[in-house]
Design a protein around this ligand. Structure first.
Ligand SMILES: Nc1ncnc2c1ncn2[C@@H]1O[C@H](COP(=O)(O)OP(=O)(O)O)[C@@H](O)[C@H]1O
Ligand SMILES: [Mg+2]
Length: 252
């Protein structure tokens, strides 16, 4: 039996009175990669940011319905704690420009006021960089600025920063759209590795990427979760006209 890590029940997200995510019900199984796809403006980012309570950081934004992390109601948990358990990686690699590679990895601890011994820091840094397949590339330049790395390495550094906080779930918003094809494939390979220890939810507008990386794909259209299935099934036998139109390229 697969266990569910994230489950939403009639989840809605709004900007002012504009409801942009509509009654979403989804169950996300542990150690899976879920791709979220759909045309621009359909609510992918808003939905993703809702899962770790970042949506509410935007003025006039609100949300209702339920999101469960296991059996705990995320809406009732402290948002800082939620964001430790559910990490986020953004579209553009955003290492802290004035911090070294080493300090970038442990930045989450500093930001949350968690003091660590030097030996613990060293261990966390090595483990996190190893998990994102970056350790061998950077172990001799840990004191250099993170921004000195290539785009793909910077994105893996940002994933290491999230992983360092020992999350259960990692959220990615179009994580490779600012990367070249080679960096993109290093990050995509990493997803297969990361899902052994984490549950990944990846927004992508790239159907090929969804097909390459995901175990299951959620198709959003105008704020609704229209279809949620194995992407091969979606490609060959979509249940909904809107999915069919999307995969045949009738809108982007
Ligand atoms: N900060 C914001 N303020 C008001 N409306 C927003 C904001 N961000 C996004 N929206 C609107 O919410 C809808 C969903 O946007 P978004 O979640 O960014 O879609 P996607 O990620 O699928 O492109 C769009 O209609 C967009 O214009
Ligand atoms: Mg978006």
């Amino acid at each position: 039996m697969e266990s569910t890590v994230i489950k939403t029940v009639d989840y809605n997200a709004y900007f002012g009175d504009n409801r942009v995510v509509k009654d979403v019900n989804i169950s996300i199984p542990k150690n899976h990669v879920i791709a979220v796809m759909g045309p621009s403006g359909c609510g992918k980012t808003t939905f993703l940011r809702g899962i770790n309570r970042m949506h509410e950081l935007i003025p006039h934004a609100k949300a209702d319905g339920k999101i469960f992390l296991h059996n705990e109601d995320v809406m009732q948990m402290h948002p800082i704690f939620v964001r430790l358990k559910i990490g986020m990686v953004f579209q553009r690699p955003n290492p802290f420009p004035n911090l070294s590679i080493y300090d970038n990895v442990i930045a989450g601890y500093k930001l949350n006021g968690i003091k660590l011994q030097r030996a613990d820091k060293d261990k966390i840094v090595e483990e996190a960089l190893t998990k994102v397949a970056l350790w061998n590339e950077v172990k001799d330049s840990l004191r250099k600025k993170g921004t000195f790395l290539s785009g793909g390495q910077q994105q893996r550094l940002c994933i290491a920063r999230a992983v360092a906080m020992l999350p259960e779930v990692l959220l990615f918003d179009e994580p490779t759209s600012a990367l070249d094809p080679i960096s993109t494939s290093t990050v995509e390979e990493l997803f297969h590795e990361l899902k052994k220890n984490y549950t990944l939810i990846i927004v992508t507008h790239n159907m090929q990427q969804a097909a390459r990386v995901s175990d299951r794909t959620a198709f959003f259209y105008m704020g609704e979760l229209v279809e949620y299935d194995d992407i091969k099934k979606m490609f060959t036998n979509p249940k909904d006209n809107r999915t069919q139109n999307y995969i045949t390229g009738r809108f982007s």
